[in-house]
Write a protein that binds this ligand. Structure first.
Ligand code: KIV
Length: 263
């Protein structure tokens, strides 16, 4: 068994120029496969609001839903570092509530760390949660919980602000930062300027690691994919074929066959 991925392991990977492979997962069955594939970090993303719950954005996802999904993933992961994503309004209202909610991911769900969105504006929250002994991954650039403020899912191009945000979250104690939806050259500059690992999604090849949404990578849905996604498999077709075959056989009386029956 390969050694468990811890935060110092991720820091060492940055030092050694070894790419960090991260991916989302939301349940036990998939998390088992993701972990066995040697993925270093599993994020239980609030993207589950869209790819699991069928919502149009991540904003309605609740703390209880995130705890439910994170617990399933944490039970499955033997090697990967499991990070729970703090949902909208679970860390924005007051610092005591933010620490309490972050603590639930560790105590109730078995995550090793939490992630939250925002730069300089949330650095006091990152500091407080980190001081409580809970590792925090920051997330800057295109932050989906601010979809209304951004006027849609837009690439963020203010290099000065992005670099300042990156420095702020690092100074506040974040162990890593997700860079989402920013030009590749800005992500490269940020990655070179920080001591903590950057994990990119729509941020070019020069981040210390990459993350994608599991359902996008495997083609598990038929939503339009953003430009930055590479769909490595299209599993909807074989799944539909299996379901159609089952349905045809039941209707034709061919399933169950004698070998599926008890005597
Ligand atoms: O919610 C999520 O899945 C995320 C990743 C895409 C970074 O925040």
């Amino acid at each position: 068994m390969t050694p468990q991925v811890t935060i110092p392991v991720l820091w060492e990977m940055k030092q050694q120029n070894q790419k960090i492979v991260a991916l989302t997962a939301y349940d036990f069955t998939f998390a088992r496969m993701v972990d066995a594939a040697g993925i270093d970090l599993i994020l239980v993303g609030d993207s589950l609001g869209m790819v699991v719950q069928g919502r149009t954005n991540t904003l309605p996802v609740t703390m209880d839903e995130m705890i439910y999904h994170t617990a399933m993933v944490a039970r499955a992961a033997e090697r990967a570092l499991v990070v729970g994503d703090m949902p909208f309004m679970s860390y924005q209202t007051d610092i005591a509530a933010a620490i309490g909610n972050a603590g639930r991911f560790i105590k109730e769900a078995g995550a090793a760390a939490v992630k939250l969105e925002g730069g300089a504006a949330v650095s006091p929250v990152i500091r407080a949660i980190t001081d409580a002994g809970i590792p925090v991954q920051a997330h800057i650039g295109l932050t989906p919980q601010s979809v209304h403020q951004m006027g849609g899912y837009r690439v963020q191009r203010d290099a000065e602000r992005l670099l300042a945000d990156a420095h702020e979250v690092q100074a506040a104690g974040a162990f890593s930062v997700v860079l989402e939806g920013i030009p590749a050259d800005i992500a490269e500059t940020i990655t070179g300027a920080l001591d903590i690992p950057t994990i990119g999604i729509g941020a070019g090849p020069d981040c210390d690691g990459q993350i994608l949404v599991l359902h996008d990578l495997l083609g598990l849905h038929d939503r339009k994919l953003p430009r930055f996604v590479k769909q490595y498999r299209d599993l909807t077709a074989p799944i539909r074929e299996g379901l159609t075959a089952y349905s045809l056989e039941v209707r034709a009386g061919r399933f169950p066959a004698p070998e599926h029956c008890y005597r």
